[in-house]
Write a protein that binds this ligand. Structure first.
Ligand code: SAH
Length: 393
């Protein structure tokens, strides 16, 4: 068994069970891509078993903090069974569920979503790549399912020196799937959609949006960064008369329109706008349009804290425009999925946007990712998605 030794004082985050070991923390030792190493402190005390990533800044990721634990097929079976079992206890109103959420489930770099009878996995690190076959078998065994599609095409693979891969890993067949989320039917293509096909993390916020649309009697909705129209379907279900989905992806908008029909709503209540959100918000402002509710769910502007400043300006700008475009008493449901923007900073950005817009509001709710995307108490990076529901005064 190979081992690596940390520099003096670099053991503290591991002692707090934070699973990442950065390149600069390592005094000596190396291993092959994905190989399991024993990690010791400068004093030679055992800290964890970890997967080595020779090409990544995050040079190793902890599998286990238990010196007696062996990292073998049984280890992956245990971790996967435990993650699947906890999902069965969580309140998830859907047959589409995140089963494995990386570090939060003790499996750094592994993302697994279930869409009906199909599993979709992303192997993001050298460690998960090395154990891919074992992980695939354990996933089928733990779920009783037969189909597993690989979506290892995220850019993070590049940082690990791994090529992008997509295709069936187990089973075969069509990649088009219909899921049930709350009372709604939604479709996706596991081979083509963003991430593994759909944004499962916003499930509970979509439900919340349907409820507030109904409660506040919202008539007109602008759903910005709509993707395949999850929030638009929610708005229609809540009774909105006029819903506009704005996105720069034509295929996503085509699916949004299909979702309106699939759920039995009159197509005349929905408009799909293939456009840049920034330009669209500015145009509506010039035209003097207003909306009763606006959703802002942009892509990750700040993947890491290093991008936080520029991202903060981008978030502030769309929130300023959104607040201005709201009718008095209107609702803004605004999100950031950037790991580099912590919740308190996001709140400050939205506060600044309100000041610039000359708009005040009540914060009705603070929301996060659905519970199948858990955050553990030792891994603050896990808190990436945050949202504020604001009532304009
Ligand atoms: N709210 C969605 C998820 C949004 S993901 C849901 O509930 O499923 C972010 C979306 O923003 C993607 O669909 C992407 O195509 C879109 N996007 C990114 N930049 C954009 C821009 N400048 N203008 C319009 N859409 C954009």
């Amino acid at each position: 068994m190979k081992s690596i030794r940390l520099r003096a004082g670099k053991e503290r985050s591991l002692q707090r069970r934070h699973p990442w070991i950065f390149q600069g923390s390592i005094e000596k030792g190396r291993a092959d891509a994905g190989e399991t190493v024993r990690v010791d402190s400068a004093e030679g005390d055992f800290l964890c078993w970890a997967a080595f990533s020779p090409e990544s800044q995050i040079r190793a990721r902890a599998w286990s903090f238990d010196a007696a634990e062996r990292i073998d097929a049984a280890f992956f079976q245990r971790r996967i069974e435990s993650a699947v079992a906890v999902r069965a206890r969580l309140p998830i109103a859907s047959d589409a569920v995140r089963l494995i959420h990386g570090e939060s489930d003790g499996l750094p770099g592994l993302i697994v979503d279930r869409y009906g009878d199909t599993l979709v996995a992303q192997f993001g690190t050298a460690g998960t790549e090395r154990w891919k076959e074992v992980i695939a078998d354990a996933l089928l065994a733990a779920t009783g399912l037969a189909r597993l599609y690989e979506r290892s095409d995220a850019s993070v693979r590049g940082l690990e020196g791994l090529p992008e891969v997509r295709g069936w890993l187990r089973g075969e067949g069509g990649t088009e799937i219909v899921i049930q989320e709350h009372e709604w039917r939604l479709s996706l293509d596991v081979a083509e959609g963003h991430k593994t096909g759909y944004y499962l993390d916003q499930r509970d916020s979509r439900k919340k949006f349907a409820e507030v649309v109904r409660h506040y009697g919202v008539k007109s909705v602008l759903n910005c960064f709509s993707y395949t129209g999850g929030f638009s379907v929610a708005a229609l279900a809540g009774g909105a008369e006029e819903v506009i989905s704005v996105d720069s992806s034509g295929p996503a908008l085509a699916r949004a329109c299909a979702h309106v029909a699939l759920n039995g709503f009159d197509a005349a209540r929905h408009t799909a706008l293939d456009a840049d959100v920034n330009q669209t918000l500015r145009r509506y402002l010039q035209e003097g349009r207003t909306f009763d509710a606006i959703v802002l769910d942009p892509p990750k502007f700040a993947p890491t804290a290093a991008h936080a400043e520029r991202a903060a300006r981008a978030y502030k700008d769309i929130n300023r425009l959104g607040l201005k475009l709201l009718a008095p008493g209107g609702l803004l449901f605004t999100f950031s999925c950037s790991g580099g923007i912590p919740p308190d900073l996001f709140h400050k950005i939205v506060a600044g946007a309100g000041l610039d817009a000359g708009v005040d509001g009540f914060i009705l709710d603070r929301v996060g990712a659905a519970p199948d995307h858990p955050q553990t108490i030792n891994f603050p990076e896990g808190e990436y998605l945050k949202g504020l529901l604001i009532l304009k005064r």
